[in-house]
Design a protein around this ligand. Structure first.
Ligand code: SAH
Length: 290
């Protein structure tokens, strides 16, 4: 949806916002659990996250879910422009008041999953992702990988393990393949539960994704994602040819021939293919080429 942003109520920080009391400090703005609202309260960690993103005064940074703005407050000192995408209007109003003298912060009240990045290039992205949609947000980031070059995301530790998993690991799945094919992915550090308020049930892990050079067109990229997903479903542990035959409606004989052609055994499972193997497979199955 190319026009998503312009249709959204945007609020630029300005002195025009009503000076209301800062409800969140007095507890009047109650964290909404279903929106994954656990706020980082450890200043040093916020600094480390921003440092990892390596922001310069040429950079436009998108912050996913700025919340109470602990990370935002560091970003606005170093970035050319910061765009905070926050779904909760109460927090948008709060942030607008908190940062009202800053003119390099733009706040957008919207669901990040609907945010249109197509007009941007070379973005840097940061966010302590709301846990309930971390996976959907990372898939969106990967599908929109044309528009950004580096992301620092904080996610539940177990989810980070899935993103970073190597072939053969039980955690290895479609998101590991696609994330690692597109980006150099690295674990930065764990963040203890006590560094957030309210205290979450899970430990968090900060991960950095540095986009590699993109080697295909957007339609080919979509085919690649579809083939990776087809390889793992309906049953990740089944033979790759069986999964692909079912999802892609290609005969097993043809699939075995293609696997042979790219040097993979007929009885391989999706879990054993490296991200590069998946790319070779997708190239052999479709017209994708480098
Ligand atoms: N970055 C802040 C807040 C993290 S909590 C900090 O580190 O303290 C997650 C934040 O994401 C909350 O502010 C929540 O309101 C926001 N959020 C939840 N779902 C969202 C969505 N779909 N789009 C944008 N923001 C969302």
């Amino acid at each position: 949806m190319p026009d998503a942003v312009s249709k959204l109520p945007e609020c630029f920080c300005s002195p025009h916002f009503h000076p209301k009391p800062i409800e969140i400090e007095t507890g009047e703005i109650k964290p909404i659990k279903s929106l994954g609202q656990v706020f980082l309260v450890h200043d040093k960690t916020a600094e480390q996250l921003v440092k990892a993103l390596d922001v310069t005064d040429n950079d436009t940074v998108i912050e996913i879910g700025p919340g109470r703005g602990i990370v935002t407050s560091k970003l606005i000192n170093v970035a050319k422009e910061v765009i905070g995408i926050e779904i909760d209007k109460r927090l948008i109003d709060y942030l607008a008041r908190k940062f009202s003298p800053n003119n390099n912060l733009k706040l957008v009240e919207c669901n990040f999953l609907m945010f249109d990045m197509t007009n941007y290039r070379g973005l840097k992205i940061i966010g302590n992702l709301p846990y309930y949609i971390s996976s959907a947000i990372l898939w969106k980031l990967l599908e929109d990988c044309w528009y950004w070059k580096v992301s620092v995301i904080t996610v539940q530790r177990e989810f980070a393990q899935r993103v970073l998993a190597s072939p053969g690991s039980p955690d290895y799945g479609p998101i590991s393949v696609v994330a690692q094919y597109l980006c150099e992915c690295r674990r930065l550090f764990n963040i203890p539960r006590s560094y957030f308020k309210p205290t979450p049930d899970v430990v968090s892990t900060a991960v950095i994704l540095k986009r590699r050079e993109l080697r295909f067109s957007l339609p080919d990229f979509k085919k690649f994602i579809a083939i990776v997903n087809a390889g793992f479903s309906p049953q990740p542990r089944k033979l790759l040819v069986n999964n692909l035959a079912l999802s892609l409606k290609i005969s097993r004989t043809e699939l075995v021939r293609i696997l042979e052609q790219i040097g993979l055994p007929y009885n391989i499972r999706a879990n054993s293919l490296s991200p590069d193997d998946f790319f070779k497979l997708a190239s052999a199955l479709t017209s994708i080429s480098h």
